[in-house]
Design a protein around this ligand. Structure first.
Ligand SMILES: [Fe+2]
Ligand SMILES: [Fe+2]
Length: 233
């Protein structure tokens, strides 16, 4: 198996290394594999594009609870951009560098913003809201993937770079779980509602404060049973 990081030393970080602070982190960046650097650039671009996607989605939203949710997610995503910028500085990476993978992420983000503008210009308000829900889920799927991968990598990386990434992951990862699972719930239930089928709004993921994939699966099963029982009455 190809390794992109070096194992964290078993005796941990020494007080001398701690005292070296940012300088030590920058020294560690020389050891970062190009694949990890690529992921970091994609993650930065995902967060920057996420801000634009939430702004466009807020132009399309109809449901007031979902509006409040997306306003909160926009604020969190703006903070994630700041977290990424701080991480890049700690790692000695240039936030302006335009990697090919970063360009791919930007193209997808631009297309998602365009899709919402198109839906708003040509469709019904309900259709524009659904287009926005889907754009958010697609963007958050990538965002969630980036942070899960960074979480896995940080466990495997030695030294200050590993610690800097782990600290950023700690700050962001729980919010990314909520962004993805709650947005999936809103998309599903708003689609059901749009089709004239029984819908639960706000979705069960929201009502039960789902924060992981396992919790999302459990909550959906419970909601499905509840709907079936209601239909039998
Ligand atoms: Fe994010
Ligand atoms: Fe997110």
């Amino acid at each position: 198996m190809k390794k992109v990081g070096k194992k964290r030393s078993t005796n941990g970080r020494t007080s001398k290394a701690r005292a070296q602070g940012r300088g030590a982190a920058q020294a560690a960046v020389a050891d970062l594999a190009p694949e990890l650097v690529e992921l970091l650039y994609q993650a930065l671009e995902t967060e920057e594009g996420g801000v634009l996607i939430y702004r466009a989605a807020l132009e399309c939203v109809q449901n007031q609870d979902l509006r409040a949710e997306w306003e909160e997610y926009l604020e969190q995503t703006e903070r994630h951009v700041e977290v990424m910028n701080a991480l890049f500085e700690q790692l000695g990476l240039d936030t302006e560098r335009d990697e090919p993978g970063r360009q791919v992420v930007r193209e997808i983000g631009t297309a998602l913003v365009r899709s919402m503008k198109l839906a708003r210009a040509k469709g019904t308000p309900e259709a524009a809201e659904l287009a926005a829900c889907e754009a958010v889920v697609l963007a958050e799927t990538k965002d969630h993937l980036n942070w899960s991968l960074l979480g896995e990598l940080s466990k495997d990386l030695q030294g200050d770079a590993g610690e800097a990434i782990a600290t950023a992951v700690e700050e962001v990862e729980d919010e990314e779980d909520e962004h993805l699972y709650h947005s999936q719930g809103w998309t599903r239930e708003l689609w059901l509602d749009n089709l004239g089928l029984a819908a639960e709004l706000p979705p069960v993921e929201e009502a039960e404060h789902v924060e992981s994939e396992e919790e999302a699966v459990k909550a959906r099963k419970k909601a499905k049973k509840r709907k079936q029982a209601k239909a039998r009455r």
